[in-house]
Ligand binder design. Sequence first.
Ligand SMILES: Nc1ncnc2c1ncn2[C@@H]1O[C@H](COP(=O)(O)OP(=O)(O)OP(=O)(O)O)[C@@H](O)[C@H]1O
Ligand code: SF4
Ligand SMILES: [Mg+2]
Length: 375
Amino acid sequence: MALLEVDDLRVSFPTEDGRLHAVQGLSFSVDPGRTLAIVGESGSGKSVATQTMVGLTRGAQVSGRALFDGADLLTLPQEQLRRLRGEAIGFVFQDPLTSLHPQYTVGWQLAEVMRAHETIARGPARARAIELLTQVGIPRPEKRIDDFPHQFSGGMRQRAMIAMAVALNPRLLVADEPTTALDVTVQAQVLELMKRLQADYSAALIIITHDLGVVADMADEVLVMYGGRAVEVADRRTLYYRQHHPYTKGLLASVPLSAAHTEGSRLIPIAGQPPSLLRPPPGCSFHPRCPYAMDVCTRERPPLEPVSGDLEATSEHTSACHLPEDALGSSAAAEDLRRAAVAAAGDTGFATVGAAVGVGSAEEVPAPDVAGDGR
Ligand SMILES: Nc1ncnc2c1ncn2[C@@H]1O[C@H](COP(=O)(O)OP(=O)(O)OP(=O)(O)O)[C@@H](O)[C@H]1O
Ligand code: SF4
Ligand SMILES: [Mg+2]
């Protein structure tokens, strides 16, 4: 059974210009010991969705369910939620300053996380805090433990946050861009630490990232978000080699394919603007940028449905797109299927938009070399 099961999560904010729909019917699940990577352009709702699950989105209207071990996080009393957060669910925030208190030393804050959830004396808590700081690569941890957050560099603050999030060996770790400010060596250490936590405690991991190296290195499943919705969900190998949604295809095409699995290769936004979350376009919200947009795409929003033409996927492969479900990946044959569908619909948008967003080439493009054998 899934450790976390999110069902039809919707989050909106009242703004001066109207209601902003940041997350619009998001569903996904994560099993113990598995890693889900969430990817998508800036503003697609990745942070809002995950922060809402743990009760950290203020002023928002929220609906749906987020079952953690059977309990709905969205309706849990604050006190219970607070207890779960930290103890069973570790959260690494995108901005470390939001969760480090400026007036307390890093060591005090780390020890406090432990003391708030378990009976542990001051001495052992400090020793464990030093051990954690060592694990996340803080040099001279026995001295730095008495520093205040402002005495840490950005990268060190992020590592301190990660130490805090894993201090209690959580069963679910949510890491929002955990390695952005870290150099390559520390990034590798931090990813290793998360993998170890996962192996030792069968923890489930959700990693939000722009870094395809992290996706290739860590993810079992990948969820692609666009404009507050999931547009494609697939196991890692399927996503790289047999992606269905043109947005996923565009994201992968936006980095040199040979570099798509190397560290530091980042998802670069594709041409055009992300959809307005105040007044989203009708139909498929990707249609203004999509090289394959057909008439139907401007009228009917495609639901996220199983790609039943994909017989090789190791976990369910779903996509929200009107294109034929056997149009998978970058092969010339798949491209022919897409072109045929567009032609059958009597649309000509392909030729004009396709070139602009860098997808839609009929050439066979080699997929990146992504390890697909699981770990
Ligand atoms: N408190 C808030 N009030 C109004 N709008 C908000 C609020 N918090 C987030 N938003 C909006 O919700 C949308 C989704 O934001 P979110 O932070 O989840 O994006 P993201 O996918 O995490 O992007 P990034 O990759 O830049 O971190 C954005 O348009 C953002 O401006
Ligand atoms: S083909 Fe249509 S449904 Fe599919 S992504 Fe493009 S616009 Fe959306
Ligand atoms: Mg974010």
